[in-house]
Design a protein around this ligand. Structure first.
Ligand code: NAI
Length: 290
């Protein structure tokens, strides 16, 4: 059994849904957990100490160790205070699961700057800020595990979610660069793109999904990714309903000529669009252009 004894985990947005399930699983397997949740509504408005406190109570009742934190991950002060909560309670931070999220769905033409900025603030700034606040501690320890929460809506696009898709694809970039920079200090970063029945999706998913798409079926992957034994870094995985799959950003073989014109591109569009054989890194992409 993969256990987390002596590991300290911060889970953001852990008062409900996926984060709650991640917190319960890691605590059950020995981790000391900081349960962060602002306790607001799905659109990010309001705040309450209730959800984080309830999860901590449940963990404690089950014999685990956890503390609640209600800071807003989207502000630098909130992210710093969250990491400080972990240090004060448990002395360190080994694991960060950036899970907090809000929704402000609107079709593109109707989306306001406020809708756009507020969604990016929680998902992208929040993940950046909490990871960065924990980063010096991880560097010093020569060990760290970070999981960012992307979405199929970001990877593949989704109607009415221009703000959310932008944020969720942004997290893929953050994850990949964190993985590259963290490697020399034993810090691994991966992203998940989950599907689960939570308050965020209960109005969107078909009713029969409730039983199959449990948050616990996502938490199993999160637990593996943040375990010491997991070697993967910089990867993205879709996960839901009991299935896990690697998603990769790949570049096709392309089409090359010394005489690149709009017309020659148009005439060779089939080759430009080819998918195989592909390359997976910026270095290999550059090599293919030489
Ligand atoms: P949820 O609404 O149940 O949980 C999100 C939690 O984040 C809430 O408890 C909320 O209070 C907290 N939160 C929001 N803003 C915060 C802030 N600024 N600071 C601290 N906490 C904050 O939703 P769910 O489904 O559990 O979502 C978790 C993550 O998974 C989100 O990032 C979401 O975008 C992502 N996701 C979920 C999918 C699903 O199928 N449920 C699909 C794809 C991605």
């Amino acid at each position: 059994m993969l256990r987390f004894d002596d590991r300290v985990a911060i889970i953001t947005g852990a008062g409900h849904g996926l984060g709650r399930a991640h917190a319960l699983l890691l605590a059950e397997r020995g981790a000391q957990v900081v349960v962060n949740d602002l306790g607001g509504a799905l659109d990010g408005t309001g705040a309450s100490t209730g959800p984080a406190a309830e999860v901590v109570e449940l963990i404690t009742k089950n014999g685990g160790r956890a503390v609640a934190n209600t800071d807003n991950v989207a502000t630098p002060e909130g992210a710093q205070a969250l990491v400080q909560t972990a240090v004060d309670a448990f002395g360190k931070v080994d694991i960060v699961v950036n899970n907090a999220g809000i929704l402000r769905d609107k079709s593109f033409g109707k989306m306001t700057v406020e809708d756009f900025d507020s969604v990016l603030a929680v998902h992208v700034r929040g993940s950046y800020l909490v990871s960065q606040a924990a980063y010096p501690l991880m560097k010093e320890a020569g060990h760290g595990r970070i999981v960012n929460t992307s979405s199929p809506a970001g990877l593949f696009g989704n109607f009415g979610q221009a703000n959310y898709s932008t944020a969720k694809m942004g997290l893929v970039g953050l994850t990949k660069t964190l993985a590259i920079e963290g490697a020399r200090n034993g810090i691994k970063a991966n992203a998940i793109a989950p599907i689960a029945w939570t308050r965020m999706t209960e109005a969107l998913l078909p009713a029969e999904f409730e039983e199959k798409f449990t948050p616990e079926r996502v938490s199993a992957l999160v637990a593996y990714l943040v375990h010491d034994s997991c070697e993967s870094s910089g990867e993205v995985f879709t996960v839901g309903g009991g299935r896990v799959a690697r998603v990769f950003v790949a570049e096709g073989p392309g089409w090359k000529t010394d005489d690149l014109t709009p017309e020659s591109i148009a005439g060779n569009w089939g080759s430009v669009m080819a998918e195989q054989p592909y390359v997976l890194t910026a270095g290999d992409s550059m090599k293919a252009m030489l």
